[in-house]
Each structure stands twice: as C-alpha cells, then as structure tokens.
Design a protein around this ligand. Structure first.
Ligand code: AMP
Ligand code: MG
Length: 329
C-alpha cells in the first residue's frame, strides 16, 4: 500500500472515503498525531490494534468534532464534567464517561466506560467534521515507541501500512492528552497532561490523582505499560555531575553520547553535545518527543537529567520522561 502525506485542503474526500471503507487514517492533533478509524466499525478498530501491536486490553480514546452530541454515546455526566467541557474543550483533555455501548466493543476493551476527546487542532476538527463519525484513535506510533509529533514520525512507523497521513505540521502540545475519570463524585486524573490537576480543581472544586493500589487492576490499563522509549540506550540522573560522568564514560568507549536537559543546565554542559528541552513546562512538553526521535538517529546513549520544576504541566512531562527512560517512581 502506498502511504500518502497530504496537507492543505487536499485530503478531505480521500479521508472520508478511507474511513467509510474501514481503513485507518493518521491525523494531526494539538497533542500528538492520532491513528484513527470509525469507532462503530469492529474491523476498523481491530486494525488499529494490529497495526500498532497494541495490547488487546489497552482501550482507545474516541475523538469527535466540537458540535458532536456526545449524549449519543454516554450514559449521563456529573455536573463538574459539563463545567470542565465548557472551560477546556476543545483541547487536550480526554474525559471518561459511563458508556451506553454504542461504539465497537473493541474500543473500550470490555470496560463499561468510554473515553472521549474533542481536539482543538483545526486540522483534526476539519477531519472529524468531514467524516461526522466518532473516530477511535490512539497515538500514531508503534506500541512502546515514542509518540509522533510530525507527519514524518508517523510515516517512519507506518509507511506502506496505512493509506493517508493528514499533515497539519508539528504538534504544538507535544504530549498526550490528560485523561480524566468523570464517572465518580470527584474527577480523577488517570494520565497527566497539558490540562493540569490545578486547572481541573479550579473548575470542578477538587481533583484527585488516581494511582492503582498494589494488586488492583488499573482503571486506565495503558498506564501499566512501558511507553515512549527511544530506540537507543538511555540513562537517567537527578545529578548533573553523575550525568556528566556517564557522558564521558560513553565517549571513552568510542560511543556518541548526547545529554537531554532543561535550558537552565546548558551552561553546566558547555562544549558537550546537548539537546535543550526548553525553559517552561509547555516548551519541554513540545520538545520532548521530537528530541527522543532525534536521539534515535544521532546518539548511541542518551543521558537525561531530571528537570527541577515538578508542578503543573511538568507533572505530565515527568511522567513521560520517567516512562521513556524506565525510571520507577
Ligand atoms: P493513547 O491513545 O495511546 O494515547 O492511550 C490512551 C490512554 O487512554 C491509555 O492510557 C488508556 O488506558 C486510556 N483510556 C482509554 N479509554 C479508557 C477508558 N474507557 N477508561 C480508562 N482509561 C482509558
Ligand atoms: Mg500512545
């Protein structure tokens, strides 16, 4: 199969046709690129799992355009959920509701809930409006690999396997959406992202961070898996001095190490090969995956230093960093 990358207005008709035929189409969002299929179509949804090599118990998020009536898919919502939708959607916030089971049973992998997202990217909105169907879409990367933030990243993982990539440029958010459980009295964050715990609590009154207790089946199965790993060796330090030692050791062995750190640490590593994550949480979120993919091409060993700031957006950035570098927290 030939994989086309299309941008501008040149993809509408083809995208609609492919989705109606049960094909899988990759599309730009403000977080990362998605790999989308008709959420009502069992065969199309299963295709997503096999293309990605995604575990069969890791549910998918359904994407809809901003005028789509989600009451067609869910069994009511608490009042805080309506307030959050008003405050933050369209945007990088996925909300988990009780499902009425209208979409393919493979979307939620047997859970009685449904995760819904309304992306703000104009490109995603155009696509969703064109097809006017709920689109089940995980990130458009092979399972465990780094999530894609450019059309080229999607092409690198799926060339020859999908017919179309809708190119909306580089993703400005850079990490996956916040996933929020809206089935209880208090909203619970299942995955941290650009809509922060503080932002949710401000509108909903309170917000908890969900952590599976020992032995308990996680509410968001995806969080149990290793994720986002670059295909090069990695090391992770909280101490810049230790990171520097590790860098020089790799160099001594004839390797090509790179450091990955926040902007404030650049002077400490002057003269070394360094990827600059950025200054703010938003910048670090935007840069992280592109740098991990770049390291795969350039580095034999990627040595990261933990950023200092941990609050707000950084909670999401640190979650991705820890998973990419296999750090147990
Ligand atoms: P991805 O689409 O690859 O960014 O991953 C989607 C994330 O949303 C995973 O962590 C899933 O476990 C989570 N998710 C999707 N649907 C549900 C659901 N119904 N309940 C809880 N978590 C979900
Ligand atoms: Mg993913």
């Amino acid at each position: 199969m030939k994989t086309e990358i299309r941008s501008g207005g040149d993809w509408h008709e083809a995208a609609k046709r492919y989705i109606e035929e049960g094909e899988v189409v990759a599309f730009h969002t403000e977080t990362v690129y998605g790999l989308g299929a008709n959420a009502f179509d069992d065969g199309a949804v299963l295709k997503i799992f096999s293309l990605k090599g995604r575990p069969a118990d890791n549910p998918l998020i359904v994407h809809v355009h901003k005028s789509y009536d989600i009451s067609r898919l869910i069994d009511g919502e608490p009042s805080y959920a309506a307030a959050l939708r008003k405050a933050y959607l369209p945007g990088p916030l996925t909300m988990v509701y009780p499902s009425i089971g209208k979409v393919s049973k493979y979307v939620s992998c047997g859970l009685n809930t449904l995760a819904i997202r309304v992306p703000s990217s104009p490109c995603a909105q155009e696509f969703l409006r064109e097809v006017n169907l709920p689109i089940a879409a995980p990130s458009a990367n092979l399972s465990k690999h780094v999530s894609p933030v450019t059309a080229q990243h999607v092409y690198d993982d799926f060339a020859g396997k999908i017919p179309l990539i809708i190119d909306g440029g580089a993703c400005q958010g850079g990490i996956e959406s916040t996933v929020l459980d809206c089935t209880g009295d208090v909203p619970k964050i299942l995955r941290e992202g650009l809509v922060t715990r503080e932002m949710i609590a401000k509108v909903a009154g309170s917000c908890e961070l969900y952590r599976a207790k020992a032995g308990e089946k996680p509410k968001s199965p995806g969080m149990a898996y290793q994720h986002y790993s670059p295909r090069c060796r990695t090391a992770y330090f909280s101490s810049p001095e230790k990171a520097r030692e590790c860098y020089f050791e790799e160099q001594k062995q004839g390797g090509s190490p790179y450091l990955l750190c926040e902007n404030a640490l650049l002077p400490a590593f002057s003269g070394l090969k360094v990827y600059d994550l950025g200054k703010t949480g938003e910048e670090m979120a935007r840069n992280l995956y592109a740098l991990l993919r770049r390291a795969e091409r350039e580095a034999t060993l990627l040595v990261a230093v933990e950023p200092k700031e941990h609050g707000g957006v950084m909670a999401g950035v640190l979650n991705r960093l820890h998973r990419a570098f296999g750090v147990i927290v």
